[in-house]
Write a protein that binds this ligand. Structure first.
Ligand SMILES: Cc1ncc(COP(=O)(O)O)c(C=O)c1O
Length: 371
């Protein structure tokens, strides 16, 4: 049996007719940029997250960079994030001359360790923004992070690019800090058919600045108050996302059921399974296990027709592009350990029970356990 890491065509099959109808509808109306579809989706997404404002942009990367600049950060300012995230978390802002500072994670959820954050903020003066990443769909310890940042006068931008619908103490992530950034890259729990992203906030000031930044710094037609970009979620994507948003919670439930099946099948195996904190609602964007013999297991599963991936094999402080920051190997032991041992197993809402069992049983076989 072949098991892919995700299967978008199968996930969306029962929506196909609706999506095609909507696509035709947008084409026929002839309004393709910042029209009713974008406004409607922004309102629906803001309501879903529980914030006042949402601003649709061109990608998750753009949500982070426009978000950071909308928070008032300028060239030379410092921000703190974790090294075991997608490179975009840091690069979206470092490309504008902002300086990334890294702080380590804790190894149960792979998210920012609040104690490490506190230590970093004490040691490194002048940090203006903290970007906790709700990695794999598990929320960060937001009460602690928000409290520490408040005491140090640091703003908080949640990188919720992998966490659409994830809950921290019954509240949606992306609405807990000053600002949230989401990606609609096709494989995300809520994905579009190309690139897309959105910014969420309760601050009118941040909202207004983000709206200007996404369209050449324009406050009204042909009036440009600040320098900005061209980064807008387009009408077609927004229209299709509006249809898919209605399915998000049920897709997340399916992902949780698959996670439950994996746990049932692998509980006695010598692998570290994903942890869900008692205060968390994990939406399993990725199902990441940790094993010492990762590369061998990956090869074994490949032979069995099972695709796995590593998110991410190199912590970003060790990426060539960030050598200039001067971090050495060993600087962030937990992130480095994670990068050597993590393995993402197939996980997508339409994954069938026999596919989950096949993956789990292949892992059991690898370890010589009873199947
Ligand atoms: C944690 C994280 N941050 C940022 C991004 C960037 O999003 P995009 O690919 O839409 O630019 C991604 C997506 O790949 C991500 O997973």
């Amino acid at each position: 049996m072949d098991v892919a890491i995700f299967n978008l065509e199968r996930d969306h099959r029962d929506l196909k007719d609706q999506l095609i109808e909507k696509f035709k509808d947008v084409l026929e109306r002839g309004e393709y940029i910042l029209g009713d579809e974008v406004r409607t989706f922004e309102e629906a997404f803001a309501t879903y997250i529980g914030v006042k404002y949402a601003v649709g942009v061109g990608s998750g990367t753009d949500a982070i960079r426009i978000g950071g600049l909308a928070c008032g950060l300028e060239k030379g300012d410092k921000f703190v994030t974790t090294p075991n995230t997608y490179i975009s978390t840091a690069m979206s802002l470092s490309i504008h001359g902002l300086q990334p500072i890294f702080c380590d994670i804790e190894l149960t959820t792979y998210n920012m360790d609040p104690q490490m954050l506190e230590d970093t903020l004490k040691k490194e003066k002048g940090i203006k923004l903290c970007i906790p990443v709700h990695l794999y769909g598990h929320p960060c310890m937001m009460d602690e992070i928000l409290d520490i940042c408040k005491r140090h006068g640091v703003m908080v931008m949640e990188d919720a690019c992998q966490a659409h619908g994830s809950l921290y103490k019954d509240k949606k992530v992306g609405g807990l800090g000053d600002i949230g950034a989401f990606s609609f890259y096709p494989t995300k729990n809520l994905g579009c058919y190309g690139d897309g992203g959105i910014i969420t906030t309760n601050s009118e000031k941040i909202y207004k600045k983000a709206e200007m930044l996404r369209i050449y710094g324009q406050s009204s037609k042909h009036v440009h108050e600040i320098e900005g970009f061209n980064s807008r979620l387009d009408e077609v994507q927004a229209a299709l996302l509006s249809i898919k948003l209605k399915k998000l919670d049920s897709w997340n439930k399916k992902r949780r059921h698959i996670a439950w099946l994996y746990k049932r099948e692998l509980d006695d195996a010598p692998v570290v399974l994903p942890h869900e904190a008692p205060w968390a609602y994990h939406i399993y964007h990725l199902y990441v296990i940790r094993v010492k013999e990762r590369d061998k297991l990956m090869g074994y599963l490949k032979e069995k027709g099972i695709t796995t991936l590593i998110h991410y094999p190199t912590p970003i402080h060790l990426q060539h592009v960030y050598k200039k920051l001067g971090y050495e190997k060993g600087a962030f032991p937990n992130s480095e350990k994670a990068s050597e041992e993590i393995l993402s197993l197939p996980m997508f809402p339409s994954m069938k029970e026999d596919e989950v069992l096949y993956v789990a049983r292949s892992i059991r076989e690898f370890y010589g356990l009873k199947v």
